[in-house]
Design a protein around this ligand. Structure first.
Ligand code: HDE
Length: 741
């Protein structure tokens, strides 16, 4: 009710606070309208917990020393306390001088809660800020005992716990999951001899040859500093300007412009350790090693238009996909394979394996599968685990060693350095997600956020006073490879063997299928069309001439150039290597629906038997099926029951599926033919080269979408044919839906 100014204060107070549950305890008639601080001594009921009998001691029970502090699983019976353990009586109202008076500084409960909240964010990673992670294990299936003393590569059948984080590189932590970008693929193995971090990417090469260029590369790809856009995109002037002046990036650019950078799922990407590492045997002999992760679900990517539309449909598409598959028990799995080679073999390669812009074709050094990784547990808490995990290429175990790759050498410094800032001090290794799962002991002490309470007077070694935290162990401790020193002179130099920037770019391009080649040309035209500076576009096309003249011409035509720009001088002759089909995606796609998702669009009157048959066939083939309907409550099927929907049509476009089916009555078909979301559902599925099953009623939507039925558009009455088509993309359809350069 409207209250006249100057109305009795009691009435005003009651009216203004009527909706506040705690103040519903209006003072008894005749009592002072102002409850005194004293009256707060008895706890005010929290509407959410009224009725529950708090066990006042339980919060105290979980407190103790050491590790119990980390055990904070939900305890519904616990009394809410401050961080100092003081029980809290009222979590709804701050302490006020009078009910409508100022809040008191004295309110330590309020101040502690707000202070903690104010500090909830830590700096995000400068690169790879957006990531999703999961727990799992690595199981060794083939021993490398001949080459390395590392325990995890010796004991066949042993399962080592892992934590794996996938990430995009350029965007911030809150950016989207599906930009064109490299994906990080970082695995922390909690081995019995310490943590081994394999901090890789989904691309086996990198943009630059020397770590000193990394800040420049990253500054160029990040949003431009004066305007703060574009976020999470390489399609802008500064990136391509830097690239045009950095010919060593050309091989990586070919990968970045391929569909590898627009993956369908994190479960369907490969991972690479990129650099050469060394394996060391008991005698200290070294074998070079490259690490590869191979997804058991096969490789699969989206098409560009689909990746763009996914950004609108679901910012968290990859995170949700990983979460849903793991929580449903469909655990993603990768094989770990190695390429092993000797120094002598390396000397015969037509490139320098220490140059991180080069890969070793599988056809030259075959892959040997040595184990598998299964991700079977989603983290309990995003911040505590996925955000606070700190990977570092320098985390290595006895039996493995670094090579002299200058990019790797720089990385060995960078990660710990950045993590000291990001995680606030030198004790972040004590966080549960980072701590080794084997015993660890040394005399490092103190520092911000020290969680341990070391005992005794000795914090040094050697000591004759008392034996405390550990002694060195020459027999089992980490040893570096006794590499003979090169007799060259010290200097800021780039080895001559790093001079060839185009041959492997050519190898990659020429190893692709024609479809993949045209996607690369398309991506280059798209990205360069976003570049406003003509000389930058011209410079890139100039580089492409060394890689493949036909590619250069197609991109130049796509950009509307009148003539091919001049090619820059190449620092080394470009050589032709035999094509490596292992570098394709299409060649590595698995014809399967396992791990994929099929969407079935239904409405009232859809035929129950047809829906059941399609669903059964898709599930039989290993797919997840989701029902889409105009209303989330579902649809009343003909000759069936009400079928609840998993997604509402407007919020569940076909981009989130691998294949779609439409089962509609004639009336629903006619109605949905005028519904943009339904028409787009079909048009996009068609444009993104997906299999589409339709029944008679749904044909109206097909027509409204202007879709020309082809081999991938299948009668819903034939689920087996639909499933077969759904196991791949309809590549032959592509020329009908878009012009590719
Ligand atoms: Fe990283 N990189 N990087 N990088 N990198 C980081 O470390 C860096 C490189 C990779 O999920 C940072 O903790 C330098 C190659 C992954 O937490 C930082 C150079 C490869 C992740 C850093 C490289 C990677 C990072 C940022 C050039 C593939 C995310 C936050 C010498 C083999 C790990 C952090 C996660 C993260 C530095 C190049 C992979 C700044 C200096 C090559 C997967 O330290």
């Amino acid at each position: 009710p409207d209250l006249p100014i100057g109305a009795p204060t009691r009435a005003r107070h009651t009216a203004l606070t009527r909706s506040c549950p705690a103040s519903a305890q209006s003072p008894p008639a005749g009592a002072s309208p102002w409850p005194r601080a004293r009256s707060r001594a008895s706890p005010l009921p929290n509407p959410a917990t009224t009725g529950a009998t708090p066990r006042a001691t339980s919060a105290r029970e979980v407190r103790g020393t050491g590790d119990e502090l980390h055990q904070v699983a939900g305890n519904a019976d616990a009394t809410l306390t401050t961080n100092q353990g003081a029980p809290i009586s009222d979590n709804q109202n701050s302490l006020r001088a009078t009910p409508r008076g100022p809040t008191l500084l004295e309110d330590f409960v309020l101040r502690e809660k707000i202070t903690h909240f104010d500090h909830e964010r830590i700096p995000e990673r400068i690169v790879h800020a957006r990531g999703s992670a999961a727990h799992g294990f690595f199981e060794l299936t083939r021993s490398l005992a001949k080459f390395t003393t590392a325990g995890i590569f010796n004991r066949v059948g042993e399962r080592t716990p892992v934590f794996t984080r996938f990430s995009t590189v350029a965007g911030g932590a809150g950016s989207v999951d599906t930009p064109r970008d490299v994906r990080g693929f970082a695995v922390k193995f909690y081995t019995q001899e310490g943590n081994f971090d394999l901090v890789g990417n989904n691309i086996p090469v990198f943009f630059i040859q020397d770590a000193i260029k990394f800040p420049d590369l990253v500054h160029s790809v990040k949003m431009e500093p004066d305007r703060a856009f574009p976020q999470a995109a390489s399609a802008h002037d500064t990136f391509w300007d830097f690239i045009s002046l950095t010919p060593e990036s050309m091989h990586m650019i070919m990968w970045a412009m391929s569909d590898r950078t627009i993956p369908r799922s994190l479960r369907m990407i490969e991972g690479f350790g990129v650099h050469s590492f060394r394996l060391l045997d008991a005698k200290g002999r070294s074998t070079f090693c490259k690490f590869h992760w191979r997804p058991r679900l096969g490789l699969q990517s989206t098409v560009w238009d689909e990746a763009v539309k996914l950004q609108g449909a679901d910012n968290d598409f990859h995170r949700r996909d990983l979460f849903e598959s793991i929580t449903a028990g469909n655990f993603p799995e990768w094989d770990l394979a190695v390429q092993l080679f000797t120094q002598e073999e390396a000397e015969e390669f037509p490139f320098d394996h220490l140059d991180p812009t080069k890969l070793i074709p599988e056809e030259l050094v075959p892959l040997t599968v040595i184990g598998r990784m299964v991700l079977d547990r989603w983290p309990d808490n995003f911040f505590a685990e996925t955000e606070q995990v700190a990977f570092c290429p320098a985390n290595i175990v006895p039996g493995i060693d670094f090579s002299n790759d200058p990019l790797l050498q720089g990385r060995l410094f960078s990660y710990l350095d950045t993590q000291l800032l990001r995680l606030g001090g030198p004790n972040f290794h004590q966080l549960p997600i980072n701590a080794p799962k084997c015993p660890f002991a040394n005399h490092q002490r103190d520092g911000h956020m020290q969680m341990r309470v070391p005992k005794g007077r000795v914090a040094y070694e050697p000591s004759s006073l008392e034996r405390t935290d550990g002694r060195e162990n020459p027999a089992a401790g980490f040893r570096s490879f006794a590499e003979p020193a090169d007799d060259g002179a010290k200097g800021r130099v780039r080895a001559e063997s790093f001079a060839d920037h185009y041959s492997q770019a050519r190898l990659f391009f020429r190893s692709q299928t024609p479809v993949e080649q045209s996607h690369m040309a398309f991506a280059l035209v798209f990205e360069l069309s976003k570049v406003e500076t003509p000389h930058v576009r011209a410079a890139i096309v100039g580089h492409l001439r060394h890689i493949d003249p036909d590619l250069a011409q197609r991109v130049a035509d796509g950009l509307g150039m009148d003539a091919l720009p001049p090619a820059p001088k190449a620092a080394a002759p470009v050589i032709d290597m035999p094509p490596s089909p292992a570098l394709q995606i299409i060649g590595k796609m698995k014809k399967t629906l396992e791990g994929r998702c099929v969407g079935i669009l239904v409405d009232d009157g859809s035929d129950a038997a047809a829906v059941a048959a399609l669903r059964g066939a898709a599930e039989e083939a290993g797919a997840t099926v989701k029902i889409v309907a105009p209303r989330i409550g579902g649809a009343l099927l003909a000759r069936g029951k009400k079928l609840p929907a998993d997604g509402q049509l407007a919020g569940t476009p076909s981009v989130v599926f691998d294949a779609v089916a439409l089962v509609l009555s004639d009336e629903a078909g006619a109605r949905l033919a005028t519904e943009a979301a339904a028409v787009d559902f079909v048009r996009d599925a068609y444009g993104h080269l997906k299999a589409i099953a339709v029944d008679a009623g749904a044909r109206a939507v097909l027509e409204a979408a202007g879709v020309e039925p082809d081999a991938g558009v299948i009668d819903a009455a034939n689920p087996a044919k639909f499933i077969k088509a759904a196991m791949t993309r309809q590549w032959e359809r592509e020329p009908a839906v878009r012009t590719l350069p």
